[in-house]
Design a binder for this molecule. Structure first.
Ligand SMILES: C[S@@+](CC[C@H](N)C(=O)[O-])C[C@H]1O[C@@H](n2cnc3c(N)ncnc32)[C@H](O)[C@@H]1O
Length: 209
């Protein structure tokens, strides 16, 4: 793992006690969840960077099955607890930067609040690895917050400094890709791309070519 990847795992490991799942009480929260559940219904879903298992527990209500992956032990433990009653969910440790631990292929792929943490120089490689775990015709849904770090680098990435309630500070990559950028990086791998902007988040949906 490079320095950036190690900081990510350290940050999210320490953030687990303070983590708040998606707010289902807001109209945007509820509407988005229902939309994602509908998009992934009946599919065998691979989820990257699943965090506490919130999305897996929701998606499992309509999907055929969900393999929810993360690399942070504390998050994986939360995900196992949150999905313990979901018979069609398997929680598995997998590094999003390699995905070598994933041996199957899936009819859908999903991730939320992960893409903003992928350095621009690694986006193409990440998408190639992610797509290699999906069947032709698989449905893909991913999204993130409409938030960009305040500190830019020559490579074009944006970073932000986050302080946890325990006082520890982390310099975290937080990119906010434009619709044009997303369409461009997906141009050879995706058909029927739909991009939706919500008040706080964006989502992109497509079929793997
Ligand atoms: C912003 S959280 C998103 C969690 C979840 N997707 C959600 O929206 O609630 C980012 C997640 O990435 C995970 N993560 C960090 N480094 C990772 C890696 N190398 N491979 C897989 N997951 C990683 C963290 O443990 C954390 O759960």
């Amino acid at each position: 793992m490079n320095d950036h990847a190690e900081v990510m795992v350290d940050y999210y490991s320490q953030r687990v006690p303070y983590w708040k799942d998606w707010d289902v009480s807001t109209a945007e929260g509820k509407g988005t969840i229902e939309h994602v559940k509908w998009l992934l219904s009946g599919r065998r879903v691979l989820e990257i960077a699943c965090g506490t298992g919130f999305w897996a527990s929701q998606i499992s209500q309509t999907a055929q099955s969900v393999v929810a992956t993360d690399y942070t032990e504390a998050m994986l433990q939360c995900a196992r607890e949150q999905t313990q009653d979901c018979e069609n969910v398997v929680v598995q440790k997998a590094d999003a930067n390699s995905l070598v631990q994933i041996e199957e292929t899936f009819s859908a792929g999903f991730h939320f609040q992960w893409f903003s943490h992928v350095p621009l120089a690694e986006v193409t490689g990440f998408l190639e690895r992610f797509h290699s775990k999906l069947e032709t015709g698989a449905r893909v849904v991913f999204g993130d917050n409409r938030v960009q770090g305040e500190e830019s680098t020559p490579a074009g990435d944006y970073y932000t400094t986050r302080e946890l309630p325990n006082g520890n500070q982390f310099r975290i990559i937080k990119n906010y890709p434009t619709e044009g950028y997303l369409r461009d990086v997906l141009s050879t791998a995706a058909c029927g791309v739909t991009y939706v902007l919500f008040r706080h988040n964006w989502f992109i949906t497509y079929t793997k070519a």
